[in-house]
Design a protein around this ligand. Structure first.
Ligand SMILES: O=C(O)[C@@H](O)C(=O)CO
Ligand SMILES: [Mg+2]
Length: 258
């Protein structure tokens, strides 16, 4: 059975963020991921991990002004210096928390700027970030996101993400295969997973269309979990879903030892 990490941005939302570490450990998780840790002191986060015997397996680089609708800086021409500063900040956190992989969001293609221009900016920034992270043995994830959840987001398909990964040729640049997004955009999950396994650095799960626990909706997760075992996937599976009710009440789908 794959290794599952609790996503503390979406799960255990019955309690404040810093209390979710203990809640996840109590539920049996040994690993956690989250989106953006930057509102918390990094040493406090390190204590939350160590006190609860948890490892952090992923978080995101800063996304720009989230409340203003920004969803990443990497593809935004003219924001390169801000992007480099975001890489430095994420590295600071990752080195303290022992985080082995970081996800960099691409961004929404701005009005008046061509997609090819954004794609060129994205590739240059991704290459820079992968080089910086690689000095510390940290992998960089790029995640295709569906246009229903994020209209205008630059990167939508697994195929394009793997093409970028191969073109840049950085060993520590990998694709984050979020089955929720991949099902919405292109389906064909098991074949895409099988054909691209070497280039996949992280997996995330949620039901489609509701983005709840992976025990409902149109994706056959028991089949995919068995396939991950058969393929020998050694990475983590992030539980990036919105609990239908109380988080603990929705954990029946998890194997007993997560
Ligand atoms: O799938 C998602 O939404 C997340 O993995 C993410 O990083 C962007 O919000
Ligand atoms: Mg995701």
């Amino acid at each position: 059975m794959p290794k599952f990490a609790a996503n503390l941005t979406m799960m255990f939302n019955e309690v404040p963020f810093l209390q979710r570490f203990a809640a996840a450990a109590k539920a049996g998780f040994t690993a956690v991921e989250f989106l953006f840790p930057y509102e918390s002191d990094v040493q406090q986060l390190a204590r939350c991990l160590s006190e609860n015997h948890l490892q952090n397996v992923l978080f995101n680089l800063p996304p720009g002004d989230w409340l203003a609708g920004e969803r990443g800086l990497a593809a935004l021409p003219g924001r390169e210096e801000e992007f480099k500063a975001s890489v430095a900040l994420a590295l600071e956190y990752a080195r303290v928390l022992g985080t082995p992989r970081l996800h960099v969001m691409a961004g929404i293609v701005p009005d008046g700027i061509s997609r090819p221009h954004c794609l060129e900016t994205y590739c240059k920034n991704i290459d820079y970030a992968a080089k910086e992270l690689g000095q510390y043995g940290i992998d960089l994830m790029i995640e295709p996101i569906n246009p229903r959840d994020m209209p205008g987001y630059l990167l939508n398909s697994q195929a394009e993400a793997h093409a970028i990964r191969k073109m840049l040729g950085r060993d520590n640049l990998k694709v984050q295969m979020d089955f929720y997004h991949a099902q919405i955009v292109e389906g064909d999950l098991s074949t895409s997973l099988t054909n691209n396994l070497d280039g996949i650095g992280h997996i995330q799960i949620a039901s489609v269309p509701a983005r709840n626990e992976p025990d409902d909706g149109e994706i056959n997760y028991p089949y995919l979990f068995a396939l991950l075992d058969k393929l020998g996937y050694q990475g983590w599976v992030g539980c990036e879903y919105r609990p239908r009710g109380k988080t603990e009440d929705g954990l029946g789908w998890l194997p007993k030892s997560v």
